[in-house]
Design a protein. Structure first.
Length: 111
C-alpha cells in the first residue's frame, strides 16, 4: 500500500512591521540589516516562496502574499523574527467565495 500525503496550500496575506526597538541606532548598521532582510525577501520572491511583496511608502512595514501550509508559513516567519512582526490571514479567491455562497444557498433551501 502506498500512502500519499497532500498538503493543502492556502494563500495568506501577511502584513509585516519592523520592530523598531531592535533596529540598530547607527544608520549604516541599520541600512546593512535592512538590505540583508530585503535580499532574503528578493530570494523568496525569486524562488516562488512569496507571490508578492511590498513596502508601505512611510517605511513602517508592508505586506507579502504567500501560498503555503501552516507549518511552512510558521517556518518562514521564524526566519525574520524578532526583527519583523507579522499578522498573517488566510484569504480566499473570488471563485472560492462564490463557491461558498452557492453552497450556502443550496444548503439553505427547504427540502
Amino acid at each position: 500500500n502506498t500512502f500519499f500525503f497532500f498538503y493543502i496550500m492556502t494563500k495568506y496575506l501577511i502584513k509585516w512591521q519592523k520592530n523598531e526597538s531592535l533596529m540598530p541606532a547607527d544608520p549604516a548598521m541599520m541600512a546593512k540589516l535592512q538590505l540583508l532582510l530585503l535580499e532574503v525577501a528578493r530570494a523568496n520572491l525569486k524562488s516562488g516562496k512569496m507571490i508578492d511583496w511590498g513596502s508601505y511608502c512611510d517605511a513602517s512595514g508592508g505586506y507579502c502574499i504567500v501560498e503555503t501550509n501552516e507549518s511552512e508559513l510558521f517556518d518562514q516567519i521564524l526566519k525574520w523574527y524578532p526583527y519583523i512582526s507579522f499578522d498573517a490571514k488566510p484569504v480566499l479567491s473570488v471563485d472560492q467565495v462564490i463557491g461558498a455562497i452557492d453552497k450556502a444557498m443550496i444548503e439553505s433551501k427547504p427540502k
